[in-house]
Design a binder for this molecule. Structure first.
Ligand SMILES: Cc1cc2nc3c(=O)[nH]c(=O)nc-3n(C[C@H](O)[C@H](O)[C@H](O)COP(=O)(O)OP(=O)(O)OC[C@H]3O[C@@H](n4cnc5c(N)ncnc54)[C@H](O)[C@@H]3O)c2cc1C
Length: 470
């Protein structure tokens, strides 16, 4: 009998992203006596691959971010805690968490699955984050949306042609899938969606410049496909500056060094960061606790069955772990989550653990309207056939039938027509749950939730001030 007075096996899952949510759902479906606690610092599961469509006004945020409570509402053995995990006591088998700074939680477990993902990395230059937001959270996407559509508004008001051009120059750092997809969408919205809406310039004059140290965009797809992606980007009018290192970022542009070592300056009032990730600090915390070293990206090496050395009851899955050079993609996280769930059930039945074997189902990236590249083992697709596969895969993994249906409608509206309805933005900084490094966030985030102190101490308690009839 456990301290909680039952014989039910307690599983704590940290992170409701691809790894954690797939593990939770797989466990919740089982007949074995399992109680699952899913802890996340956000109230939603986030379908990160479509974040760029929220940033560019194509999809509303809620469509790619279903609330975790809603997703697991029918599974009575799942409890969702909205809290930030701060540490672990692996000996006592307890997870420490903090609820909005209001209270702390100690959550006991028999098995633990940690899937806290990665954060944006600025390669030691966190100060860039103020000027070049990344794209990891819903608030990041809103902040990017504010900057992109805001730049067109400011350009409309500016009479100085040089300033106008700078407002209409978007620098994107990183030519991986995120940078390329974002670049394609920004050109598409400038050339099609915003056509005819401005009086002092042609939106299609907006420049989108992608900067990357590598030779080709989307290099992980191989020479043939990345060559096709390059051609498609050039057709869209995206300027590629490959072999370029970004060495400085400020409010008015970026400092770059090319492959010959020559330094130059690119004037761009909008810079977006789509390069580099580092594992959640929880990876380091776990590594210290079990005596292993994290790799350069801060990821923790795991055993062949995805558990920690000396702690077979602790699984680490998804982007924050490293095993056999697996890539940081959603499929690895989902399969890792399922593997952890299945292993817990196997052990309950008295069966041994098995190795985590990843089945590579390929990768896909959209390069523009009705254009994508897809690589599934030896099958390579591009253009419209690639886009059909890309669309099918993304719809299949988007959580919620309703979200899938509305996404199809929105895609039809914006791809067949030129509608891009989700363009509202806050003129102030969104200031919310940004993925910027903590030090930077504390400068730009006015107040984290909740605002209880000021409210109770001032407005709520004080009598209203007397007002003069005049
Ligand atoms: C913009 C973008 C585009 C992408 N496009 C693709 C793509 O096209 N195809 C593809 O395969 N992959 C893509 N990826 C990668 C893919 O999203 C990740 O590989 C996947 O999300 C990893 O899943 P995960 O469960 O490890 O982490 P995540 O999905 O990031 O989930 C981590 C969860 O942990 C929570 N969390 C973190 N720290 C704490 C804490 N201390 N306490 C409580 N909760 C915490 C977070 O809130 C989050 O919900 C993309 C990623 C990004 C950012």
């Amino acid at each position: 009998m456990k301290p909680n007075g039952t014989d039910r096996h307690r599983v704590v899952v940290v992170g409701g992203g691809f790894g954690g949510l797939y593990a939770t759902r797989a466990l919740a479906r089982r007949r074995e006596p399992l109680d699952i606690t899913l802890v996340d610092r956000r109230n939603h599961h986030l379908f990160q691959p479509l974040l760029y469509q929220v940033a560019t006004g194509l999809l509303p945020a809620g469509q790619i971010a279903p609330p975790l409570r809603h997703v697991v509402r029918k599974r009575k053995n799942v409890r969702v805690e909205l809290a930030e995990v701060t540490g672990f006591d692996l000996e006592r088998r307890v997870v420490h968490a903090n609820v909005f700074g209001l209270k702390t939680l100690d959550i006991p477990y028999d098995s633990l699955i940690v899937a806290a993902g990665v954060n944006q990395s600025y390669f030691g230059h966190d100060e860039f984050a103020v000027y070049a937001p990344g794209m990891k959270t819903i608030d990041d996407a809103h902040e990017l949306r504010r900057r992109i559509f805001g730049a067109f508004e400011v350009a409309e008001m500016t009479s100085d042609p040089v300033e106008k051009e700078r407002w209409l120059t978007v620098a994107i750092v990183g030519a991986g899938p995120t940078g390329v997809e974002l670049a394609g969408q920004v050109r598409d919205l400038a050339c099609r969606s915003l056509r005819g809406e401005f009086r002092t310039f042609q939106p299609s004059s907006a420049r989108v410049i992608v900067l990357d140290g590598g030779k080709e965009p989307l290099a992980t797809f191989g020479d043939q496909l990345s060559g096709k992606a390059r051609k498609e980007l050039e057709r869209l009018g995206v300027e590629l500056k490959m072999g370029t290192r970004v060495v400085g970022v400020d409010a008015k542009g970026v400092d770059i060094v090319d492959s010959t070592g020559a330094a130059s300056r690119l004037d761009a009032y909008i810079t977006l960061w789509a390069a580099g990730v580092e594992a959640s600090p929880l990876a380091k915390e776990l590594a210290n606790a079990c005596g292993v070293e994290v790799d350069r990206a801060g990821r923790i090496p795991v055993q062949a069955d995805s558990t920690l050395p000396g702690h077979p009851e602790v699984f680490v899955v998804g982007d924050m772990m490293t095993l056999n050079n697996l890539p940081g993609v959603a499929e690895v996280a989902m399969q890792g989550g399922l593997h952890a769930a299945n292993t817990i059930v196997r052990r309950l039945k008295g069966e041994p653990s098995v190795e985590f074997k990843y089945r590579d189902l390929g990768s896909a990236a959209a390069v523009g309207r009705f254009r994508a590249i897809v690589s599934v083992r030896r099958v390579h697709l591009s253009g419209f056939p690639g886009w059909v596969v890309w669309a099918f895969v993304h719809l299949a993994f988007l959580t919620g039938f309703g979200n899938r249906m509305t996404t199809i409608l929105k895609w039809t509206r914006s791809n067949v027509g030129r509608g891009r309805p989700e363009r509202e933005f806050s003129v102030r900084h969104t200031g919310g749950d940004l993925s910027t490094p903590t030090a930077v966030r504390s400068i730009i985030q006015p107040k984290p939730l909740p605002l209880l102190d000021e409210f109770t101490a001032t407005e709520a308690d004080e009598p209203p001030a007397a007002t003069s009839p005049n």
